[in-house]
Design a protein around this ligand. Structure first.
Ligand code: PMP
Length: 317
């Protein structure tokens, strides 16, 4: 018997699931980290805890202070969870296109959530965060898009977890980027251990990591209107643009093939990872991450459409 004394102990160490059943004949083996099993329900519990710990150690975050951050929601949920347990108030600025469920979760933790017009995007949220901190004082801004503790935790913790579970370095990864912390950290870790490994960066069509003009997309958590400092594009052997509908199709396929009800960014990761499996072929291994589950998007039209079965099928390629 083992008693867990704090929920924070349960952040990370997620299972690595073999989802090769979803890969067509002739492809590499495919494994995914089940990040929805973190206590806050997403991969962003990891950097939230890491950024808070680093700030405490550096003396930048002290009891009684307020944590203010720009977030698509999952980082906010992680920061609110950790912040509550460590005695910090939390205030978040979130683009208003993000799901109702994530906003409700942040508010349930007692966080103050400000919704910012989607036209102003994440850069607008970052501007508001800085203005709030200046006006109120006694604030700490983790600034996940610049904070080196964000990619560092993926390099130091998430990567080594994969090695321990797989017993080897994979031949490739396909991972979506919002801040790019997960991709950058895992790619850095992997290239050190296996210099020939293929690192594919995943973004929704419309995100700017390839430099094209920005357009709207429905997926939450990946893609951006600017290139964050926490994203090292030099580590990307290829950048894959995944259309929303292709990601959503994968959400449905994964439910059938693996039993997992994954979120939209996980669908994009699955799509890219399966393509990488087909490129690398039999005998190779590919690892991806599923950052969260679909239930935190249940109110979104695309999920309702999946339920209605209105999505286009037969786009498997
Ligand atoms: N998927 C989801 C659902 C997310 O919330 C995030 C975080 N923005 C990501 C993927 C991407 O993670 P990262 O910030 O490490 O690039």
């Amino acid at each position: 018997m083992k008693i867990t004394s704090s929920l924070l102990e349960l952040i990370g160490n997620t299972p690595l699931l073999d989802i090769s059943a979803a890969v067509p004949e002739g492809g590499a083996k495919l494994y995914t980290k089940l990040e929805h099993l973190n206590p806050g329900g997403s991969i962003k519990d990891r950097p939230a805890l890491a950024m808070i710990k680093a700030a405490e150690e550096a003396g930048l975050l002290r009891p009684g202070m307020t944590i203010v951050e720009a977030t698509a929601g999952n980082t906010g949920i992680g920061l609110a969870l950790v912040g509550n347990l460590r005695g910090y108030r939390t205030v978040f600025f979130v683009p208003d296109r993000m799901s109702h469920e994530k906003i409700v979760m942040m508010r349930l933790y007692g966080a103050e959530v400000h919704l910012i017009d989607r036209v102003d995007g994440m850069t607008g949220c970052i501007r508001q965060v800085k203005a709030y901190a200046e006006e109120h004082g006694n604030c700490f801004i983790p600034l996940q898009f610049e904070n080196p503790a964000n990619p560092a935790q993926a390099e130091d913790i998430l990567g080594p977890e994969i090695y321990e579970q797989l017993g080897a370095y994979p031949d490739g990864i396909a991972i979506g980027a919002g801040t790019g912390g997960t991709f950058t950290g895992v790619a850095r870790w992997l290239k050190k251990g296996n210099a020939n490994a293929r690192c594919w960066l995943v973004q929704p069509v419309g995100s700017v990591f390839c430099g094209e003009p920005r357009t709207e997309y429905l997926i939450e958590g990946i893609g951006n209107s600017f290139i964050p400092d926490t994203l090292d594009l030099n580590l990307a052997d290829r950048i894959l643009d995944i259309p929303d509908q292709q990601s959503f199709y994968r959400c449905k396929q994964m439910a059938k093939a693996t039993g997992l009800l994954i979120g939209g960014s996980s669908g994009a990761n699955a799509d890219a990872a399966i393509k990488l499996c087909m490129e690398l072929g039999k005998g190779k291994t590919v690892v991806t991450v599923f950052p969260d589950a679909i239930e935190r998007y249940a109110s979104k039209e695309w999920v309702k459409n999946l339920v209605k079965g209105e999505q286009t099928h037969g786009i498997f390629n």
